[in-house]
Ligand binder design. Structure first.
Ligand code: 4NP
Length: 188
């Protein structure tokens, strides 16, 4: 039986700089790892000002210099995303608070985690908003995302390996759907 893809959503404020970049970086890493088929990847913004717009030209140019094409169009996060996705990764504290506020007190499928918690080389607590700054900010975004997305992928692969081992290859023993525990915590 084909495994359902793991669904990953990156979230920032406008969905034109950081989260489309995260989407592009993660997709690029998946392609390099031969894992594109195993994931469904998207991005969204907590705000709606840029809905329908392509990623910021400065962000696209910086990504392209690293061989990464950003092709997404901005959309606004909606409550249903918390049940459509397995993992929601936020860029900063404001995004995290906004996603949690949207989630409310009810249960939901997705884990909601600051993406920088997956960094293995950088010590950043958030991915700084580059929108009002200079070109160096866009490079920093890509540096942090490259590190964080690699850490995220390593962790998701490790978890998938554990789940496969626990399954033991036999008929399903538990019978319940997986991943629907309404995780509002901060661990993937
Ligand atoms: P993002 O950056 O959240 O990384 O997409 C921003 C884009 C637009 C605005 C702010 C941040 N803005 O104020 O329009």
């Amino acid at each position: 039986m084909a495994m359902a893809p793991t669904r990953v959503l990156f979230v920032c404020l406008g969905n034109i700089c950081r989260s489309p970049a995260a989407e592009g970086v993660f997709l690029s890493q998946l392609e390099q790892a031969g894992l594109s088929h195993a994931f469904a990847v998207d991005s969204a913004g907590t705000g709606g000002w840029h809905v329908g717009h392509p990623a910021d030209a400065r962000m696209r140019a910086a990504a392209e210099r690293r061989g990464i094409l950003l092709t997404s169009r901005a959309r606004q996060l909606e409550r249903e995303d918390l049940d459509r996705f397995d993992h929601i990764l936020t860029m900063d504290e404001d995004n995290l608070a906004a996603v949690r506020a949207l989630a409310g007190s009810g249960s939901h499928r997705a884990t909601v985690t600051p993406i920088t918690s997956y960094c293995r080389r950088h010590g950043a607590s958030h991915v700084p908003d580059p929108y009002y700054g200079g070109s160096q900010g866009f490079e920093q975004v890509l540096d942090l995302l490259d590190d964080a997305c690699a850490g995220l992928l390593a962790q998701l692969e490790a978890k998938a390996g554990e789940a496969e081992a626990a399954d033991g290859g036999g008929p399903a023993s538990g019978g319940g759907p997986d991943g629907g525990s309404g995780n509002g915590g901060d661990a993937a």
